[in-house]
Write a protein that binds this ligand. Structure first.
Ligand SMILES: [Cu+2]
Length: 122
């Protein structure tokens, strides 16, 4: 576990950037619960990505992924970063080095969340 946590810390910058972008509006007005609820009920903005699993943190439900470019409203250039993982996603079948396709959304705080993971068939 120590190795995993160290690895997550190294890419914290990417997550911090998304906190900064989304955090401004979250702290501006409505209580957090209300903001989260509204986002959940609205149509979710999602994006499709492909990448390689670098680390699986099942306890914190986070995935470290080196991903390629992500197109659309959640556009990102290629990078290695940690994603939070939605409650419905099964992490038990994922392991380091696995090639995956995944779907992401952004939550009310502006953080990226993995909504779905599909391991690529060899
Ligand atoms: Cu990224």
């Amino acid at each position: 576990m120590k190795t995993t946590r160290y690895a997550f810390a190294r890419v914290a910058a990417c997550a911090a950037i998304s906190i900064g972008i989304g955090g401004a509006s979250a702290s501006a007005g409505a209580p957090r619960d209300t903001v989260a609820q509204a986002t959940e009920n609205a149509e979710k903005t999602t994006g499709q990505g492909e990448g390689v699993v670098r680390a699986v943190d099942a306890d914190d439900r986070r995935l470290m992924i080196t991903h390629g470019p992500i197109a659309g409203p959640l556009e990102m250039s290629p990078m290695t970063m940690a994603f939070r993982v939605a409650p419905g996603v099964d992490l038990s079948s994922l392991s380091k080095g696995m090639k995956i396709k995944f779907t992401i959304s952004r939550d009310a705080k502006g953080l990226y969340v993995i909504e779905d993971v599909r391991p690529e068939k060899p």
